[in-house]
Design a protein around this ligand. Sequence first.
Ligand code: PLP
Length: 395
Amino acid sequence: MENKVIPYGKQNITEEDIKVVIEALKSDYLTQGPKIKEFEDNFANYVGAKYAVALSNGTAALHLCAMALDVQKGDKVITTPITFAASANCVRYCGGEVVFGDINPETYLLDINSVKKLLEAAPKGTYKGIIPVDFAGRAVNLEEYRKLADEYELWIIEDACHAPGGYFVDSKNNKQFCGNGNFAELAIFSFHPVKHIASGEGGMITTNDKNLYNKLLQLRTHGIVKNNDLYTNTIEFAGGKENYPLWYMEMQELGYNYRITDFQAALGNSQLNRADEGLQRRREIASTYNQAFKNQAFIKGQSGAIEGHAYHLYVIEVEDRLGLYNFLRTKNIFAQIHYIPCHLMPYYRQFGWKEGDRVNAEMYYKHCISLPMYPTLTEEEQQFVIDTIDEYYTK
Ligand SMILES: *Cc1c(COP(=O)(O)O)cnc(C)c1O
């Protein structure tokens, strides 16, 4: 038992997954084939959004969202410091300024009150948007954020990388699934192997806005359009007579190549078929941890049982975090820390961010640790993790 490495997260590739990838490899398309649209349609359906755009990774998805919403040099955008750096970096790619709010110490999510404070302290129009993150798989209450965003004329990008299948319950008692586009203009997902659905590298944007959808399709492929109705050069210039010739296309904006391949989309699709199964297993694992840690004095805080939680991570806050982390490693249990506060990364310190600026996030960072959480974690392995933690605190 002690020789097998137990990581904090891990992909699960089945024989069926392998079969569909091989089929895709043997087909006429390696990229830009039919699997991509199929994956997009199925994913949009899964989260309850109208449109989905598959991309090369989640970071590219964030970048295109910021571009599609027209983030410009100097534009201020608010996000949480307890997230993967990409949630903030997308603003910088467009020359915007990242302003970090603080987290709510109970939920670990971006605290709406800290966002309100920032908005109230500046003239209206100072801020352009908010990027809340469904951290660890716990859904942000976007109904509340929408109200605030409307009041200040802001857009919302939901970073839902941790939460496919997660939801919050709105004021009318409806389940609002992460990425469904009912409150945020755009939402993004990642298919990196540690996430719920793996495609190798991969990402997705979901939206209910047709204009944004079309813009994203264009930006994904170099800013090129291939549509007679949208051309700005004349038919004559293009080399046609009554119609544009078939080869014709126009590059109208500075886009990128952020496409996913067909075989990655085939893998993503196959994984998506099992997403609910995996989610259910994640919730079982969380419930076992919750039960085991219910009355333990070494626990400072934990996410507990929350309706709609998608449990990408199972985070607890503990005393002597470093000691526990190192002890777990000696038993080949590779827990992880999510995250080092983003505002204190050297890159963001250069803009003036310093210790003490976001006290809840910084206090959380001192104690947080993410325990193994993935669908193929066995009951035996999980019990070993729980016993090892008990052993550390009782020895
Ligand atoms: C993984 C992740 C990303 C980036 O996704 P990639 O596919 O690795 O580029 C962005 N935000 C969050 C919160 C993530 O967990």
